[in-house]
Design a protein around this ligand. Structure first.
Ligand code: DP6
Length: 337
């Protein structure tokens, strides 16, 4: 029996990934760029059993749904095929942030799973190979293998991985307006956009252009430009999503209130730009210097955390590390006994 545990953090895309050119291999239609953050981690332990058969997936302390377990097993199959091992695994995963609510839980989830499962099955991978592997679970997970700013290249199977990209020190303030899981999965909505939106081809070509501009803005440390590109690209993504048939709308009235408030902060001279993934929650991109004021200004717009009662001060997220192995708690207990 072999076990390994890993931790990975969510990433928030400043240039969004929205659309695949290969669904089986999860190859994106265009490149993207994100910031891996330092909070809301997923911690995952993988134990390889001594028998083939059904995998067991425990998520946040309870048996996961059949569809989540199936997706985890399909991912483990990619590793099992590579190493020629048919033994089942027990996967125990805990998210510190909301699951499936558009706060990138699948990115941290599959990055942590890729790292722990590769090790538990005895597969030794360098960072690009681990990023490629995580991509097979969820596209955006390939970026959580990398710490801080990461660019994920479009391209064929071998070229499509994430790597670090130089840039300034940034902060993100998540404004959680709903903790509920999204009604339409990003995977499904992404397919709908590709198959039905008349704007999809323009979205793909303009994303490549935005990515070039973003990489240049990051290299120049031009925060103003990074912010403008981030907000405009997120709004373009939501426009493409809304232009699908049937239409999908992730932003709620509460999200729009946050977008307006962010615009006001800018008018007041603060560095603040909004972005939102496939859900109603908004992340405000800002600088280390302005993050405290931004978090304070946004506090009244966030919902209270049911676990914590009244809304506390909002978290300020900075750049976090890429997915990595951590000492396995069970091995530690065994060692101590
Ligand atoms: C809106 O990576 O969750 O967060 O590859 O189908 O698993 P799959 O999709 P996923 O999509 C993330 C989309 C996004 C934008 C982004 O993170 O770039």
């Amino acid at each position: 029996m072999s076990r390994a545990s890993s931790i990975a953090y969510p990433n928030i895309a400043l240039v969004k990934y929205w659309g695949k050119r290969d669904e089986a291999l999860i190859l994106p239609a265009a490149g993207s760029l994100s910031l891996t953050v330092d909070d809301l981690a997923t911690t995952t332990a993988v134990e390889v059993t001594d028998r083939p058969g059904e995998d067991i997936f425990i998520l946040n302390g309870r048996a996961a749904s059949a569809s989540a377990t199936e997706r985890t097993s399909a991912f483990l199959d990619v590793i099992r095929q590579q190493v020629g091992d048919d033994r089942a695994a027990v996967v125990d995963s805990t998210n510190a942030g909301p699951t499936g609510a558009g706060m990138a839980s699948s990115a941290s989830g599959f990055a942590a799973l890729a790292s722990a499962a590769a090790s538990a099955y005895g597969l030794s991978l360098d960072q690009p190979a681990l990023s490629r592997l995580a991509r097979r679970g969820s596209g955006s997970a390939c970026r959580s293998v990398i710490g801080g700013l990461a660019v994920w290249h479009a391209g064929d199977e071998l070229e499509s991985f994430a790597e670090p990209v130089p840039g300034p020190d940034l902060r993100l303030v998540p404004v959680i307006v709903s903790g509920r899981p999204k009604a339409v999965s990003s995977r499904r909505a992404m397919r709908l956009s590709r198959d039905t939106s008349p704007f999809y081809p323009a979205w793909v070509s303009s994303t490549e252009e935005t990515l070039r501009q973003m990489i240049a803005a990051c290299a120049a440390g031009d925060i103003e430009r990074i912010g403008q590109l981030t907000e405009s690209h997120a709004l373009r993504m939501h426009a493409v999503i809304a232009s699908s048939t049937p239409p999908v709308r992730y932003l709620s009235p509460a999200s729009l209130t946050v977008l307006d408030a962010v615009q006001e902060l800018r008018a007041d001279g603060l560095a603040a730009w909004a972005t939102a993934d496939a859900g109603p929650n908004v992340c405000v991109l800002t600088t280390p210097g302005d993050a405290g004021q931004v978090a304070q200004a946004m506090a009244g717009l966030a919902v209270s955390d049911p676990a914590e009662g009244a809304p506390g001060p909002l978290r300020i997220l900075g750049p976090g590390p890429g997915a990595h192995l951590i000492p396995d708690p069970v091995e530690l207990t065994r060692g101590a006994s």
